[in-house]
Design a protein around this ligand. Structure first.
Ligand code: FE2
Ligand code: FE2
Length: 170
């Protein structure tokens, strides 16, 4: 197992589920609501797992080895993006499932999440592949998978102050 693979697979799953929502008829509120509920849980638990396990290690990595290559902003940006995703997710539930407003709100989550995943894949995952050895990536993958399994039913979502996060994890 490898933490970069586990994260990448989660990203694929999220993309796949946004694709599913696009293929379900807007009239089928039951199916849309069920798939969205699952995707919402995946997004929330994935971000929480990254904040608990992935980004603290990335911060340490940056301190130890690659400060010049990737400054602190990478983690700060990620926490900021996670907040943006959480807010966009919360906005979806303000509208009736399947309505034009609901579909638009889901598309907004897809957009902010898509941008964030692309950045994370280019930056954080690349840093890990280059600088964290296989054994540690394996151990982190186990912890990540266990965290996600423990919270498979969902996790309360709340925004995280990026500055405070950096202070607490540096
Ligand atoms: Fe993320
Ligand atoms: Fe991610």
């Amino acid at each position: 197992m490898d933490i970069t693979e586990v994260i990448l697979n989660d990203h694929h799953e999220q993309r796949r589920m946004f694709g599913m929502l696009e293929e379900i008829s807007p009239d089928d509120a039951e199916a849309l609501g069920s798939v969205w509920k699952r995707l919402r849980i995946l997004l929330e638990v994935h971000a929480a797992a990254e904040e608990k396990l992935f980004y603290p290690r990335l911060l340490k990595l940056q301190k130890d080895r690659i400060a010049q290559e990737s400054p602190d902003e990478e983690t700060e940006d990620a926490v900021h993006d996670h907040n943006e995703i959480r807010d966009a997710v919360a906005a979806v539930d303000e509208h009736p499932v399947g309505s034009v407003e609901w579909l638009r709100a889901v598309a907004e989550v897809n957009e902010v999440n898509g941008d964030h995943m692309a950045e994370e894949e280019r930056q954080g995952l690349t840093d890990f592949r280059r600088h964290v050895d296989r054994e540690e990536r394996h151990a982190m993958a186990v912890a990540f998978a266990a965290f996600e399994a423990e919270h498979a039913g969902g996790i309360p979502a709340h925004d995280v102050d990026p500055q405070q996060y950096l202070r607490e994890n540096s």
